[in-house]
Design a protein around this ligand. Structure first.
Ligand SMILES: Cc1ncc(COP(=O)(O)O)c(C=O)c1O
Length: 445
């Protein structure tokens, strides 16, 4: 049973047990990571700005996570498509044996297009209509429901369709308020305090609950967050007799800048696997342990390349203005995220302080007073950790084209999305022809 004291301990001391601070070696010392000379060649061929992803890095992260849980009999990683949904990336995930975590009917359709079996796709939306859930269900994908209203409606109409339930465990976890989604004020999941109501709905509709799920937030530093919230999930799971899987969501933190800490996946794997295996014995069945990682799999694989248009010395600062903005990479402005920036045109130059800014017509700052190798106009800057929530959040704001995406695979660059054109900007707009005629102004006396 859970007691109030659990919540207090959890909320008051959420980050006491940080994983070790890691050495910042990823960018320069991984033999499999693309070299800066490769990136420069890609910028030259495909122009800038451009997103580049290293498939080997994605594969190595997938294997690392799988290995961390190698004592669990049935493990399923469902890649969170929202992080990076290019079809080539989805195909790569499918080839690795990953499932797919989706949040919209369009992501479901992209997954099917990429070749995923419907049963390998799980639909975990929030606040969508019953019709959208029914459409996904009719395509054969697994359904995860996160509110009692839709649960009751769906269960009444489709009692034979197995359903997973997203629980809100009421834990405060995540790197910032926008990505902390498992706390008591969050819109996500069904509160653990509503389990009695949930059980009544399940019993009245006679529906079958085949999975229990939670996702508490992204950028969680502390593995005890996972372990603590897992206990809540195990407690909840005992209420359901026909489970096939328990889905622990995601939220693994990856390092973004020098000295950053990351979730200690190996320690989490060892501790959670032991606990999960014990739970399965207690439950009387070998359940599947599922995760839905996004950032962990693709963040570090991505680089975003942009050219410096102007170096502008003001009385207080040196600005490096680049040929992109928050229309293409919004995380710094949206979350205050700090992406490591390298001047790959002058890797070993003397370091100076720069504020790196975009071309959007409002505050558009990527980095303030950041130490970067001396910049000359025309240099290419490389933003690291640009794989997750970067291109997928890009827009056409200021009527700019979204950049191309290139996959670095087996030592070769493959274009996986072309740069947009003026036609892309206008193709869905309707020409109103002569709706507005030029009229002579009416003069008042
Ligand atoms: C339900 C759900 N699952 C998985 C993820 C992926 O999280 P991350 O990218 O931190 O691994 C998210 C991210 O928003 C999410 O909302």
């Amino acid at each position: 049973m859970l007691h109030l004291s659990h919540f207090v301990v959890f909320i008051v001391f959420p980050i006491l047990f940080l994983s070790d601070s890691i050495q910042w070696t990823n960018f320069t010392q991984n033999s499999y990571f693309m070299k800066n000379s490769d990136l420069l060649a890609i910028a030259k061929t495909y122009g800038d700005p451009v997103y580049v992803y290293d498939s080997e890095k994605i594969i190595s992260q997938f294997n690392r996570l799988t290995n961390a849980f190698n004592t669990v009999k049935h493990l399923k990683l469902n890649y969170a498509a929202k992080a990076l949904s290019n079809i080539a990336i989805l195909k790569l995930m499918n080839s690795l044996g990953s499932g797919l975590d989706t949040v919209s009917i369009q992501e479901v359709q992209l997954g099917l297009l990429a070749g995923f079996e419907p049963s390998s796709i799980i639909f975990t939306p929030n606040g969508v209509s019953l019709e959208e859930i029914e459409e996904a269900s009719s395509l054969g994908v697994r359904i995860n429901i996160d509110n009692l209203s839709i649960l009751e409606q769906f269960g009444s109409k489709h009692p034979n369709v197995p359903v997973c339930i997203r629980i809100n465990p009421h834990v405060m976890a995540g790197g910032n308020a926008n990505i902390s989604v498992g706390h008591i004020d969050s819109k996500f999941g069904i509160s653990i305090h509503q389990i009695p109501h949930l059980l009544r709905i399940v019993s009245v509709t006679n529906m079958n609950i085949n999975g229990i799920h939670m996702h508490t937030g992204s950028d969680i530093l502390d593995i005890d967050v996972f372990l603590y919230a897992s206990e809540i999930l195990f407690d909840t799971a005992k209420n359901f007799k026909n489970l096939d899987f328990i889905d622990f969501g995601s939220g693994f933190k990856v390092p973004y800048k020098e000295g950053d800490i990351e979730t200690n996946i190996e320690e989490l794997g060892s501790k959670l696997s032991t606990r999960f295996n014990d739970f399965c014995k207690e439950y009387g069945k070998d359940l599947t342990l599922a995760f839905e990682p996004g950032k962990f799999l693709v963040s570090d694989a991505g680089s975003f390349l942009a050219k410096v248009n102007v170096v502008k010395q003001t009385t207080s600062t040196v600005f490096a203005s680049i040929d992109t903005g928050f229309n293409h990479l919004i995380r710094p402005m949206l979350y205050g995220s700090e992406h490591h920036i390298e001047n790959i045109s002058n890797e070993n130059g003397r370091e100076r302080f720069y504020s790196v800014v975009g071309y959007i017509c409002e505050t558009d700052t990527f980095a303030n007073n950041r130490r970067i190798s001396e910049i000359t106009e025309g240099d290419i800057l490389s933003f690291k950790n640009a794989g997750a929530y970067c291109f997928t959040m890009a827009s056409n704001y200021n009527s700019r084209f979204r950049p191309p995406e290139v996959l670095w695979h087996n030592g070769e660059a493959v274009l996986i999305r072309a740069r947009e054109t003026f036609e892309d900007l206008t193709k869905n707009q309707v020409d109103v022809k002569d709706l507005f005629k030029k009229e002579a102004p009416v003069l008042t006396e």
